[in-house]
Design a protein around this ligand. Structure first.
Ligand code: ZN
Length: 447
């Protein structure tokens, strides 16, 4: 990146660049060493990022956690800095919440119970203990201390910390340069069991998880929000959360990216992805009606349609992988060339032995990584996906239904894997276009 500025942007804009410690001055002409040093800096940044990750990983594996404030119910272990210990003053709140949930009380209802019984919130307890978020609680009305909300309660109910586990790496940065965070699939989470004393037994926890899964949130209008757990944000991969907005006598249900809702624009994690419930409902219903009709009238046609779109998906990922492979192969050639050049520089005394050793190690690491990447991509590209059987399986499922006039959670969960909502784009004439992708179970995206 720096090369680009030094060699193109600065000369073009007639900017003089002086780096005193490095003895560089663009007016006198740059030394041959500049691009080299920039490359080195890049390596350093990447390497540091990798080292930090590796160090964290080792800590996690040893059962340590990194945290600034212990989760509610816990406190920092009095002797071991990165460990949790049960906090005798607050553990009862966690026990109470799980107890209510295990007895079938919904999050919405027992949020009210917590408020009525004046159970202090995590935020308030932290304020009392260490003065955190003082501006929220100082001079605030007393109710602020037990202002529970559904979000806080359901976060607690899903947190494996309470059965003694530590789960790391739920999200990651795109790369060491791009700090945008993206959600990782659950299979890639790093879970370490029994890192600290549990507050809740695993039986109770599992029971509560089952209840959460089966519960479909009733809407204010009394209907059921059928999409629970199925709608995902097309950019960050987190779920979309449902809410209702009331205007006069009519209330409108809509979805927003949950990361956006949690942190807002200021958090910078994601954008709104606003999508109306009734629009999504009508769209998905129409699609399903179409597929179900075709499954009954012309199964063959539907099968070839499914195979065609899964072919298209495969072609798309094939293209992406091929491009990645070409890039990795090109970079490998370049690294080989740089390595040779560095070797020549070293033999002619252009760089010090110290730098040579440092750099050659970096190059070798990168070469090794590239070789592995190239191998992996080649194997992936060679594997043909078997899809016809999957498509038939899905058609058998969809044929159970006929002429549906409404969506049910049961039907959606049987047929659909996920619904991905992309951010809307506004055309110059003000038309709002929003891409929605429906991924069926077994088959994937269907056109
Ligand atoms: Zn998002």
């Amino acid at each position: 990146m720096m090369d680009y500025y030094l060699e193109f942007v600065f000369p073009e804009k007639q900017i003089r660049y002086i780096a005193v410690t490095e003895g560089e001055d663009t007016e006198k002409g740059l030394s041959d060493f500049v691009p080299f040093r920039n490359l080195f800096n890049e390596f350093m940044a990447k390497d540091t990022s990798r080292k930090v990750k590796a160090a964290l990983h080792a800590k996690f594996a040893a059962g340590e956690r990194t945290f600034s404030i212990a989760p509610l119910g816990y406190m920092r272990h009095p002797e071991k800095h990165n460990k949790l210990a049960v906090d005798p003053d607050t553990a009862w709140i966690i026990e109470k919440i799980f107890d209510l949930a295990a007895h079938g009380t919904g999050a919405g209802k027992f949020t009210k119970i917590l408020i009525q019984e004046r159970v202090p919130t995590a935020g308030y307890i932290n304020y009392k203990k260490c003065g955190q978020f003082a501006k929220f609680y100082e001079n605030a009305p007393a109710e602020k201390a037990y202002a529970w909300n559904i979000r806080a309660v359901s976060d607690i109910l899903k947190d494996e910390t309470y059965i003694g586990n530590s789960v790391h790496g739920k999200q990651t940065n795109v790369s060491y340069k791009n700090k945008k965070s993206v959600r990782k699939p659950e299979s890639e989470w790093f879970r370490v069991e029994n890192t600290h004393e549990a507050i809740i037994s695993k039986d109770v926890f599992d029971q509560v998880q089952k209840q959460i899964e089966s519960r479909r949130k009733p809407m204010k209008s009394g209907k059921t929000q059928v999409f629970a757990g199925l709608v995902m944000c097309g950019d960050c991969g987190w779920s979309m959360s449902y809410a209702e907005r009331k205007y006069k006598t009519c209330s409108t249900g809509f979805f927003n990216c949950s990361q956006f809702r949690k942190l807002g624009k200021v958090g910078g994690r994601c954008s709104a992805h606003y999508n109306r419930y009734d629009t999504l409902y009508a769209y998905v219903l129409a699609k399903l009606q179409d597929w179900i009709y075709q499954a009954h009238t012309d199964e063959k046609q539907l099968l070839s349609r499914l195979l065609k779109s899964s072919d298209k998906e495969a072609a798309k990922s094939h293209k992406k992988q091929s491009a990645e492979l070409a890039k990795a192969e090109k970079r490998k050639v370049e690294v080989d060339r740089l390595f040779t050049k560095m070797y020549e520089d070293w033999t002619s005394g252009g760089i010090t032995e110290y730098n040579f050793k440092m750099l050659s190690q970096k190059y070798q690491t990168e070469q090794q990584e590239l070789v592995e990447k190239i191998d992996r991509l080649k194997t992936e590209l060679a594997t043909e996906k078997q899809t016809a059987a999957d498509a038939e399986k899905w058609i058998a499922l969809i044929k159970q239904y006929s002429e549906p006039t409404e969506l049910t959670a049961e039907m959606l969960n049987t047929l659909i894997e996920k619904i991905v909502v992309h951010e809307a784009v506004k055309d110059s004439d003000g038309t709002r276009t929003q891409e929605i992708e429906i991924f069926s179970r077994f088959v994937g995206k269907i056109d």
